[in-house]
Design a protein around this ligand. Structure first.
Ligand SMILES: Cc1cc2nc3c(=O)[nH]c(=O)nc-3n(C[C@H](O)[C@H](O)[C@H](O)COP(=O)(O)OP(=O)(O)OC[C@H]3O[C@@H](n4cnc5c(N)ncnc54)[C@H](O)[C@@H]3O)c2cc1C
Length: 458
C-alpha cells in the first residue's frame, strides 16, 4: 500500500481534498494525475488557436486540473458552477464552504480584490435587465489571472508536499476497483480512494462506476451558439462585470437560456472531438481582438422514457458538423432572421470580422433543433435591450456550442459511493462545473473520508 488515501486527479477537487485531509489528520495521501507539473504544461492552441490534440491534453490535465491554465476566475457564490447547497446541507453552510475555499486561494497568493460586489453600477444594470425581462446575476468574483495562477497552484502544491502529500504525475489510473486502482497493470491498494478525474476523465470514470454497480444519472446539458460582436458593444457591461451572466426565460418555449464564458477582446476557437466539431471562446495573453464573444446556451433536460442528454447533445453536434462539412457553421444573425444561409460575401459585408476563419458559412437552422433556434432569436432580441447592438444583423453566430457534463454519480451525504471506501468529487462525478465548486466538493469528500476514518470500529 503506497498511501492510506489515493486521490485520482490533481485538479481543484483533488488538491483541496488533499489539503483538508493532510491539514486535519495523519492519513497518508497520494495524488495521481496523468498530466504534468504546472510549469511543464504548455498548450500550442493558446498561442496559435489551433489544437494539435496533445495526449494528455495540457489544457485539461496536470497539476491544477482543467482550470490550471485558465484566467482563474473564482466565482464566489455557492450556486454558480453547480449548486453546493444540497451537498453542504443548506445555503448558509454552502456559502461558508465557498469562503473556506476562497481563504485557501488567498493564502496562496490570489489577489485580494473582489469584483462584482454590490455597487451602484451593478444595481443599475440589474434594474435595466429586469425591466427588459432579463435576470442579471451579480457574482462576486476574484480574478487570479493566467499569469499568476501557476504561482498559486505551485504554492498550494508546495504546502501539500510539506504536509506529507505525495504526487505521482504523468501516470494514468487504468481501472478503479474495490480498495485498489490499477496502474500499468499493477494493483495499488488504499484504504480510501477519492476519484476526482474532472471532465476529461468523466467518460472513463462513468465506465468504472458502472462496472462497480454504482448508480449514475444523466444531468442537463447546454446547447446553442457562440455569439461574436464588436468589443465596443460589450464594453459597457464588461466595465460592471468581467464575465456578465444574463439569464432569460424565452417567450415561445418557456426555456432557460443564458450567456456564459464572455471573452472580451477574445477569439472564437474550434474544439475537435472524435466524431464532431464544436466551438468555444478564449482570450490570448499576447494578442487582443476587436471583438467579444460569449456562449448563448439553452438548458436541455430530458425526462422519462428518454433521459440520455449526452447522446442527444452529441447527435445535435454531429448533425451540425455534417452540415458544416466537418467545420463549425458560421451565420450572420441577419441571415438567420431572413431564413437564408450566410456566404463569405454576406459575412464580409457585415461589421464584424470573424476571429475564427476555419468555418463554413451556412444556415444554423438546418443544424440546431427549431426550439433552440427560436430561443436564440428571442433571447438575443431581449438581451439587446440590456446590451444594445448585440442583436444587430451583423452579429455572428457559430455553431454548435454544446456543453455535455459528466453523469452524476450517486453518493451518500459523505460523498461515498455504494462501494465502501470509494469517494467522489468535482466535475468528473457530475457534482460541479467550476473551480470553487469543484474544490468545495473535494473538501466535502475529504471530510467524508475523515468521518469514516475516525469513526469508532465496532
Ligand atoms: C479552458 C478552461 C478554462 C476554465 N476557466 C475557468 C474559470 O476561469 N473559472 C472556473 O470556475 N472554472 C473554469 N473552468 C472549469 C474548471 O477548470 C473546472 O470546473 C475544474 O477544474 C474542475 O475541477 P476538478 O478537480 O473536478 O477536475 P479537473 O480540474 O478537470 O482535474 C481532473 C484531473 O484528473 C486527471 N485525471 C483524469 N482522469 C485520470 C486518470 N484516469 N488517471 C490519472 N489522472 C486522471 C486529469 O489529468 C486532471 O488533471 C475552466 C475550464 C477550462 C477547460
Amino acid at each position: 500500500m503506497l498511501a492510506d488515501v489515493i486521490i485520482i486527479g490533481a485538479g481543484p477537487a483533488g488538491l483541496f481534498a488533499a489539503h483538508e485531509i493532510s491539514s486535519k489528520s495523519k492519513l497518508s495521501v497520494l495524488i495521481i494525475d496523468m498530466g504534468r507539473e504546472m510549469d511543464k504544461r504548455a498548450c500550442p492552441a493558446m498561442e496559435t488557436g489551433t489544437c494539435i490534440r496533445c495526449e494528455p491534453c495540457h489544457i485539461m490535465c496536470g497539476v491544477g486540473g482543467a482550470g490550471g491554465m485558465s484566467s482563474g476566475t473564482l466565482n464566489l457564490r455557492h450556486d454558480i458552477g453547480g449548486d453546493l447547497s444540497e451537498m453542504a446541507k443548506g445555503t448558509a453552510k454552502a456559502q461558508k464552504l465557498v469562503e473556506e475555499v476562497d481563504a485557501i486561494f488567498l493564502e496562496h497568493g490570489a489577489p485580494r480584490e473582489v469584483y462584482g460586489v454590490e455597487s451602484e453600477e451593478i444595481e443599475r444594470l440589474t434594474r435595466r435587465a429586469a425591466a427588459a425581462g432579463v435576470r442579471f446575476i451579480p457574482i462576486p468574483q476574484r480574478h487570479i489571472g493566467s499569469e499568476y495562477l501557476p504561482d498559486v497552484v505551485n504554492s498550494l502544491k508546495k504546502k501539500l508536499e510539506k504536509q506529507g502529500v505525495k504526487f505521482m504525475l504523468n501516470t494514468r489510473v487504468e481501472q478503479v476497483r474495490k480498495g485498489e486502482v490499477l496502474i500499468k497493470g499493477k494493483r495499488v491498494r488504499a484504504k480510501y480512494i477519492l476519484a476526482a478525474p474532472g471532465r476529461v476523465g468523466a467518460v472513463w470514470f462513468a465506465e468504472q462506476a458502472r462496472a462497480l454497480g454504482i448508480k449514475l444519472t444523466h444531468g442537463a446539458i447546454d446547447v446553442g451558439v457562440r455569439v461574436e460582436v464588436p468589443a465596443v458593444v460589450m464594453e459597457p457591461v464588461i466595465r460592471v462585470s468581467r464575465d456578465p451572466k444574463f439569464h432569460i426565460i424565452t417567450k415561445t418555449f418557456d426555456d432557460f437560456i443564458r450567456t456564459f464564458c464572455v471573452n472580451f477582446q477574445g477569439y472564437v476557437m474550434e474544439e475537435r472531438y472524435d466524431d464532431y466539431v464544436g466551438v468555444n471562446g478564449h482570450s490570448l495573453r499576447a494578442r487582443k481582438s476587436t471583438n467579444a464573444n460569449f456562449a448563448f446556451l439553452t438548458r436541455v433536460e430530458l425526462t422519462q422514457p428518454v433521459t440520455d442528454t449526452t447522446a442527444y447533445g452529441r447527435s445535435i453536434a454531429y448533425l451540425a458538423t455534417t452540415i458544416g462539412g466537418g467545420r463549425p457553421l458560421l451565420q450572420r444573425l441577419g441571415d438567420l432572421r431572413r431564413g437564408r444561409r450566410s456566404t463569405w460575401q454576406r459575412i464580409e459585408r457585415g461589421h464584424v470580422r470573424p476571429t475564427l476563419r476555419s468555418v463554413t458559412p451556412g444556415d444554423i437552422s438546418m443544424a440546431l433543433p427549431g426550439r433552440i433556434v427560436t430561443n436564440i432569436l428571442e433571447g438575443l432580441e431581449r438581451l439587446d435591450a440590456v446590451v444594445p447592438g448585440v442583436a444587430s444583423d451583423s452579429t455572428l453566430l457559430y455553431a454548435p456550442e454544446v456543453k455535455l457534463y459528466a453523469m452524476k454519480i450517486a453518493t451518500d451525504e459523505h460523498m461515498e459511493t455504494s462501494v465502501p471506501g470509494l469517494f467522489v468529487a468535482g466535475d468528473g462525478a457530475g457534482l460541479s462545473r467550476g473551480i470553487i465548486t469543484a474544490a468545495a466538493t473535494g473538501v466535502l469528500a475529504a471530510r467524508g473520508i475523515l468521518h469514516k476514518a475516525h469513526r469508532p470500529t465496532r
